[in-house]
Design a protein around this ligand. Structure first.
Ligand code: SIN
Length: 525
């Protein structure tokens, strides 16, 4: 098996991974591995922008408050403070590397508004192409300095004496590689494609969470899943996201009778936090209503929202009718691989940044346009921390795993998505969660050894989806309340701000999570 070495290995090519690669490559040998192409990520699809309290009557304290309220008081306050206080600096950093944000006639940054924000504070680029503009810039910057492997999938994290020391990968030609490094940074994104309608790139299948779990890192808050209220869905076919910024410019949610569906639901109406809007739309649709976004109030829609206009064209949706057909879709997971303030996980040598990480900033429901921000803030933190660490001696004699041929029984991707949506979706209860738990358990391999099963890209993806689906379901069963992105119809909405239990999924614990201890033979220790 071929061996490659670096100081730092970064897995994933969203904003967090690319920005960390950009910073770290100034002093370290960095390898970046991505299972698709460099420009396959959720970040490149991000329309809205980056939240930063830079408006006239705004302050980080207002941004802090909006983040905590949207998060249903489940956030880690210190982490939120770090996020919102750093936001203006992050915008400046991005400007300094050449990102061109939209400006008004006076050359001031244009500020949009999105759900849960009481102020205009969303900095955007190219109208609704913020992610694309930032990612293209970062790719250009890192290419000369970082060794990049595309179309290569990380199958497993390699551990030795309680340290993460490398990864094992497979490329499209079926070749396996061992990578060794002092620092392994997970930046693989979230879990959106575990659901049938999702705003996420097709590569986002919970791989990082499944791998971190198998390697023994703690996971936390996996039950909190955010559904974006407005995916463009026509004749049951999803065409992509309709940014919340559209409602920020005055669009309203209506049913087929033209009734305003957010009226009387929340003081912020159409700009209420996402969990509330998504649930209201979902319930309307369950009652047989069609829900639309009425955009007729927005002048020059195609100029302000070129990406969405193009999506409508692709879906043969006439924007001149003023009505866009929408439905909620899986968007973001608030929990993830547990990290400290510097992105360090509980497994030494392993870091997590971006959506795969739990930093505590989002609580039970993420505030709009806080995710690109989180990616850059914690890429900075992880780089700062790695620069301070003394160089370790990379293990020279890594265990070379055996590759075994074995047939696993795994469900199809569509089956996994349907089970998740129906049972672990916007509204759950004990019966639905128990059904999903048992369904997943029939596919979890019941053996354990220090070997690699020779799986195809597609099979390892399905194994990761089954593992992550099972972990989310089991976490959701444990949380016997409704809060933010975890709504159980058998438990009331919790208003108690002090009731902040967090369920850490610890692989070493003797609890039911241990059932997936044997999830795969691809575990190497
Ligand atoms: C949006 O533009 O509505 C999505 C932005 C986000 O998820 O923060």
């Amino acid at each position: 098996m071929k061996m490659r070495k670096a100081d730092v290995i970064i897995i994933g090519s969203g904003i967090a991974g690319l920005y960390a690669a950009y910073l770290l490559s100034s002093k370290k040998k960095v390898i970046l591995i991505t299972k698709g192409k460099l420009d396959h990520s959720n970040s490149i699809l991000a329309q809205g922008g980056i939240a930063a309290a830079i408006g006239k009557n705004d302050s980080w304290k207002h941004h802090f408050q909006d983040t905590i309220i949207a998060g249903h008081y489940h956030n880690v306050e210190e982490a939120v403070r770090c996020l919102v206080q750093n936001a203006p600096k992050i915008i400046q950093q991005l400007i300094d590397i050449g990102v061109t944000f939209d400006r008004d006639h006076h050359r001031n940054l244009e500020l949009g508004r999105e759900g849960g924000h009481h102020n205009r504070r969303i900095v955007h680029a190219g109208g609704d192409s913020t992610g694309k503009i930032i990612i293209e810039k970062l790719i250009k910057l890192i290419k000369p300095h970082v060794t990049i492997y595309e179309d290569e999938m990380v199958y497993e994290l390699l551990t030795h004496n309680g340290n993460c020391v490398g990864v094992i990968t497979k490329n499209m030609q079926g070749e396996y590689f061992i990578y060794q490094a002092d620092h392994i940074v997970l930046a693989t994104g979230g879990i959106g494609r575990l659901y049938p309608i999702s705003s996420n790139d097709h590569t986002i299948t919970g791989d990082g969470i499944a791998m971190a779990y198998r390697a023994g890192a703690d996971l936390i808050d996996l039950e909190f899943i955010q559904f974006h209220p407005t995916m463009l869905v026509h004749n049951s076919i999803p065409f992509g996201l309709v940014s919340e910024a559209v409602r920020g410019e005055g669009a309203r949610l209506v049913n087929q009778k033209g009734e305003l569906i957010m009226e009387g639901i929340h003081p912020l109406k159409d700009l209420a936090p996402r969990d509330i809007v998504a649930r209201t739309i979902y319930l309307s649709m369950q009652n047989g209503d069609q829900v639309y976004l009425d955009i007729s109030i927005i002048k020059d829609f195609t100029k302000r929202f070129p990406t969405i206009s193009k999506m409508c064209e692709t879906g043969h949706i006439d924007i001149n009718t003023g009505l866009l057909p929408i439905a909620p879709g899986a968007h973001f997971i608030m929990g993830g691989v547990k990290t400290n303030a510097y992105g360090e996980t509980t497994l030494k040598g392993l870091y997590a940044i971006g959506e795969v990480a739990y930093t505590g900033v989002h609580g039970a429901n993420r505030l709009a346009s806080n995710s690109l921000l989180e990616g850059v803030v914690f890429a900075n933190k992880v780089a700062e921390y790695i620069f301070m660490r003394p160089k370790k001696n990379i293990r020279r004699d890594p265990m070379i795993p055996q590759i075994q041929k074995l047939k696993l029984s795994l469900p199809e991707i569509k089956e996994i998505q349907d089970v998740m949506m129906k049972n672990v979706g916007i509204i759950r209860d004990e019966a639905s969660l128990l059904f999903a738990k048992e369904w997943f358990e029939q596919f979890l391999p019941k053996f354990h050894s220090n070997m690699i099963i020779d799986l195809s890209f597609e099979e390892i993806t399905r194994l990761n989806m089954v593992t992550t689906g099972w972990l989310i379901t089991t976490s959701a069963l444990k949380r016997t309340e409704s809060r933010g992105g975890h709504f159980r119809k058998d438990y009331p909405y919790s208003n108690d701000e002090k009731w902040l239990k967090r369920y850490i999924v610890r692989r070493s614990e003797e609890n039911e999570f241990n059932q997936v201890k044997n999830v795969t033979s691809t575990v190497l220790h």
